[in-house]
Design a protein around this ligand. Structure first.
Ligand code: HEC
Length: 149
């Protein structure tokens, strides 16, 4: 009798534990801690893109084909040229575009408006380090007002 009782308790404990873990995982209530590379994206890269690019690059129908609202941006390309080539900033069309200046017709973020040297260096470093971009809510970008304009 005693023995039976203990077994019931043990099995209901595991049942509860497994059920809780499955629930938390499915509800995204236990988000994984960002890796250091994801953290670099979140604290350094995301604000630059949100303040300088998202006002235009926020849909799949953007004329450039570059939608910067989520991680699919790092696998997108234009006429065979990848916007981001992880590990190779010089081969990335995104870096080419932000490195243009002055009156180039496709200077980014816009005519006569370039990112600072520091901001360009951050984006280059991010791509050099593999272009981590976490999924889920944290990896979703929205336009933010740019105080410098
Ligand atoms: C004012 C709106 C606007 C802003 C802000 C903007 N873009 Fe663009 N972007 C465009 C348009 C429009 C095109 C398509 C230009 C064309 O093909 O003539 C484009 C094209 C591009 C391209 C493709 C360039 C090429 O040579 O094919 C890249 C890469 C790009 N943008 C990145 C960015 C990044 C990164 C930012 C932020 C630093 C940014 N853009 C900010 C409107 C914008």
């Amino acid at each position: 009798m005693m023995h039976h009782h203990i077994m019931t308790r043990i099995s209901s404990f595991w049942f509860l534990a497994a059920g809780t873990a499955a629930l938390l995982a499915s509800c995204d209530m236990l988000p994984q801690r960002p890796t250091p590379k994801e953290q670099f994206f979140l604290s350094e890269v995301k604000p630059i893109l949100e303040h300088n690019c998202l006002v235009c690059h926020h849909t799949d129908s953007h004329p450039s084909g570059l939608n910067l609202t989520g991680p699919r941006a790092v696998v997108a390309s234009r006429r065979g040229r990848a916007f981001v080539v992880p590990g190779r900033p010089n081969a990335s069309l995104l870096v080419t575009a932000i490195s243009r200046s002055g009156s180039h017709p496709k200077v980014m973020p816009r005519l006569d408006m370039s990112l600072t040297e520091d901001q360009i260096a951050v984006l280059r470093e991010w791509i050099q380090d593999g272009a981590a971009w976490p999924g889920g809510a944290r990896g979703r970008l929205v336009a933010k007002a740019n105080p410098e304009r």
